[in-house]
Design a protein around this ligand. Structure first.
Ligand SMILES: *Cc1c(COP(=O)(O)O)cnc(C)c1O
Length: 286
């Protein structure tokens, strides 16, 4: 039984987690794993890992952290507190191909276990592959530990990036991404017709563009129905014009909104200004 658990920011974490575990137990299931998220894909929200680890340790549950997106905040001394408690996790998934821009794909599954767990899980022990009686330490052979057999050397791409930029270069990238997203948030707050969904924890900036025809309208069902049509229409315009590519989605009862995720070190404040100017010019007559 899998207790998949990820909650909205600002909700109080532990009681819902315990309640959920109790519910599963009452139904006769045996929860054995809790999956927390560090950096959700849409909102960039972080679960409070220390509090979740507390529950997991007390109840003997495996704690997995999906830090695919948010894990890279760890290289920033300024922002790593978002993942405080991650050292208590049993396993962590992390994608250096996201914020750290390693060539896609480069995904890591880190496990605390030192008993060769991955080998025990995935080894096919094929006699025609990965011979054990070689002249060097075969524990470094990763071939028989991974889910796939033939695969690219993903870790090597990240190793190269790390060597080239250094730890401080990686940290700078992350800090810069945070700073640019804060700049974008400030600009959104200053501009008429733009509305932030929430203050971001990470570098996901989620916002609505409210065209002039909706600005005086009361925020009732009709307003939200009409607003839900705006982001797809502006996206169509930007794609046909060839000026921007910006994603949008509805999320947990919120109608279609734009999501600007800042990553690239080549992006500047001027690009952020352009983004908002362009959305405004494409949506002004709606
Ligand atoms: C991107 C992402 C994934 C999926 O990672 P892939 O390597 O693209 O499969 C999983 N979880 C979260 C939170 C993500 O943002």
């Amino acid at each position: 039984m899998l207790a998949f658990y990820s909650f909205l920011p600002l909700s109080s974490p532990v009681p819902p987690l315990l309640m959920e575990l109790q519910t599963h137990c009452k139904q006769g299931a045996v929860p054995f794993l809790v999956c927390a998220t560090s950096g959700t894909t849409v909102l960039g929200a972080f679960d409070p890992l220390d509090e979740i680890a507390e529950v997991c340790e007390r109840h003997g549950l495996w704690l997995h952290v999906d830090a695919s997106w948010g894990g890279s905040a760890l290289v920033s001394r300024k922002h790593r507190r978002l993942l405080h408690g991650i050292h208590r996790a049993d396993s962590v998934a992390w994608n250096p191909h996201k914020m750290l821009m390693a060539g896609i794909q480069c995904s890591a599954l880190l496990v605390k276990d030192k008993s060769d767990l991955l080998k025990k899980c995935y080894s096919a022990k094929a006699t025609y592959l990965f011979q054990q009686d070689k002249f060097y330490d075969v524990s470094y052979d990763t071939g028989d530990k991974s889910i796939q057999c033939s695969r690219r050397p993903d870790a090597f791409k990240f190793w190269m990036t790390w060597k080239a930029l250094g730890t401080s270069g990686l940290e700078e990238r992350v800090n810069r991404a945070f700073a640019l997203s804060r700049y974008l948030v400030d600009e959104i707050k200053k501009r008429e017709g733009f509305k932030l969904l929430m203050e971001p924890e990470y570098t996901n900036v989620c916002f609505w563009y409210i065209p002039p025809s909706l600005r005086e309208m009361e925020e009732g069902p009709e307003f939200w129905r009409k607003l839900s049509l705006v982001a797809p229409a502006i996206k169509e315009k930007m794609m046909k014009k060839g000026s921007l590519m910006l994603g949008y989605q509805p999320h947990r009862g919120k109608v279609n909104f734009f999501r600007q995720v800042v990553i690239s070190p080549q992006v500047s404040r001027e690009d952020m200004d352009f983004l908002l100017d362009e959305i405004d010019s494409l949506g002004r007559d709606m």
